[in-house]
Design a binder for this molecule. Structure first.
Ligand SMILES: NC(=O)C1=CN([C@@H]2O[C@H](COP(=O)(O)OP(=O)(O)OC[C@H]3O[C@@H](n4cnc5c(N)ncnc54)[C@H](OP(=O)(O)O)[C@@H]3O)[C@@H](O)[C@H]2O)C=CC1
Ligand SMILES: C[C@H]1O[C@H](OP(=O)(O)OP(=O)(O)OC[C@H]2O[C@@H](n3cnc4c(=O)[nH]c(N)nc43)[C@H](O)[C@@H]2O)[C@@H](O)[C@@H](O)C1=O
Length: 323
């Protein structure tokens, strides 16, 4: 694949910048980051104002607002159980959202677009740490194959637009994320918010045992969402290439260790048990983040500090969170 005649440069702070999914955990963090960088023309729509599955509405929206930059952080998102239970929804809704947004952005010749995928695009048993080049070299993890296929299609759409239309769009592949604005639904969420809520409720009720899913032995890499937003902004200004870029910390930990960190952060002192009838998912997915580091960015939020501040955020906001 040939590269484009384009050198990344500072973005124009006054240009219209659409953050798709600006109320979600990642989109809201990107919005905060852009505000702090001085952007004055941010555009956001909730899903009830603009359903991104509605192709005509999306084309009208892009024609009206004519964004120059787009961060595509709108998606149907969930943890291992949600992905495993509703694969048809995860595939169909994500395909519709990303195809509509990218087609409408192409119609308006949007200058810079960044598509967000996920580390689950890589083969279940990929060598660790996982390099960008390992994409499509093996079978996917079955609990999230439908979601992963939609995300892989998004990467290929970005590459195809670059090749056919010469627009310098890019893709970022985040590892597991957490932080303020997360989804704390007991059945639909990812592991960190699920455990924060479960352990905090156990501490409040005086429960002596808490049961988590799987064996606790899988390893995961966790990145704070403020770091993610900083990486997205960095890539807009410093990266241009057809390959997706991994975004993570380069360090992972077992789910058992995560449970112990969360228990300590919330002050829960009872037993930690494991329901091995629930799926473990992929055994390990540690990203190789050297491409991102070479472009000049590394993460900064320490995991224990990030968990502590997320527990504080949860306690302050638990009356209003998504359940
Ligand atoms: N959370 C994680 O651990 C990870 C996330 N990612 C990726 O990051 C991106 C953002 O995820 P995250 O912020 O966690 O997810 P959230 O669920 O927090 O946010 C998703 C956002 O997408 C919007 N959205 C969903 N469906 C539609 C629709 N039909 N029309 C319009 N908007 C819609 C929602 O809008 P509204 O609130 O208005 O309904 C919401 O703001 C996704 O692409 C995800 O795949 C990647 C790796 C890990
Ligand atoms: C970001 C990523 O998110 C999902 O994949 P995942 O990495 O498996 O993420 P998870 O956070 O759901 O689980 C991580 C691990 O933790 C264990 N676990 C224990 N107890 C709970 C628990 O209570 N909830 C959850 N969700 N997991 C739990 C769980 O069994 C697993 O071993 C996919 O949607 C995928 O598509 C994707 O992109």
């Amino acid at each position: 694949m040939t590269d484009l005649d384009f050198t990344p440069a500072p973005l124009d702070r006054a240009a219209p910048f659409y953050v798709a999914g600006h109320r979600g955990m990642v989109g809201s963090a990107i919005w905060r980051k852009l505000e702090s960088e001085g952007f004055t023309n941010l555009i956001g729509r909730t899903s009830s104002e603009l359903d991104l599955r509605d192709r005509h509405a999306v084309f009208d929206f892009f024609a009206d607002t004519k964004p120059r930059y787009v961060a595509l952080a709108a998606a149907k998102v969930g943890g291992i159980m949600a992905n495993n239970t509703y694969p048809a929804d995860f595939l169909s809704e994500n395909m519709q959202i990303q195809v509509n947004v990218m087609d409408a952005a192409l119609a308006q010749r949007v200058e810079r677009l960044q598509f967000l995928g996920s580390s689950c695009i890589y083969p279940k048993f990929a060598p660790q740490p996982i390099k960008e080049d390992y994409l499509l070299t093996g079978h996917l993890e079955p609990t999230n194959d439908a979601y992963a296929i939609a995300k892989i299609a998004g990467i290929v759409q970005v590459q195809a637009v670059r090749r056919q239309h010469g627009l310098p769009w890019i893709s970022a592949m985040p590892t597991n994320l957490y932080g303020p604005g997360d989804n704390f639904s007991p059945t639909g969420s990812h592991v960190l918010p699920a455990l924060i809520r479960r352990f905090d409720e156990a501490r409040e009720s005086g429960a002596t045992s808490v049961e988590n899913w799987g064996t606790g032995s899988p390893r995961r890499e966790f990145l704070h969402v403020d770091d993610m937003a900083a990486a997205v902004f960095h890539l807009f200004e410093h990266y241009d290439g057809p390959s997706q870029v991994n975004v993570g910390t380069g360090r992972d930990t077992t789910i058992k260790e995560i449970a112990e960190m969360v228990a300590a952060a919330v002050g829960y002192q009872g037993e930690i048990a494991w329901d091995t009838s629930k799926p473990d998912g992929t055994p390990r997915k540690l990203l190789d983040v050297s491409r991102l580091a070479e472009s000049g960015w590394t993460s900064s939020v320490d995991l224990r500090d990030g968990i502590t501040s997320t527990v504080e955020w949860y306690r302050t906001n638990k009356e209003h969170i998504r359940t």
